[in-house]
Design a protein around this ligand. Structure first.
Ligand code: FES
Length: 87
């Protein structure tokens, strides 16, 4: 599990294994637009302001992945205990 922290409100949500960031945030009324939900389309792309994403998509380029400043919350996870998002 890892925590997601929202930059705007400071709210922290725990993302358990087997659930996605999109699913958990939607439960709390924070809706990220999605389409493929498989890491292909990039619709859900979200800016990362802290932490290190565990990229599980096939959308970002290697350079974009390495920059660690955006990720696809429909499928990607976090390598760090906390991932801060520009939401
Ligand atoms: Fe398509 Fe996330 S919804 S990459």
């Amino acid at each position: 599990a890892f925590d997601v922290k929202l930059a705007s409100s400071g709210q922290v949500f725990t993302i358990p294994p087997g659930r996605t960031v999109v699913e958990v945030l939607a439960e709390h009324g924070i809706d990220i637009p999605v389409s493929c939900e498989q890491g292909v389309c990039g619709t859900c792309l979200t800016r990362v302001t802290g932490g290190v994403p565990d990229h599980r998509d096939v959308y970002l380029t290697d350079e974009e992945r390495a920059a660690n400043d955006q990720f696809t919350p429909c499928c990607s996870r976090s390598k760090s205990a906390v991932l801060s998002l520009d939401l």
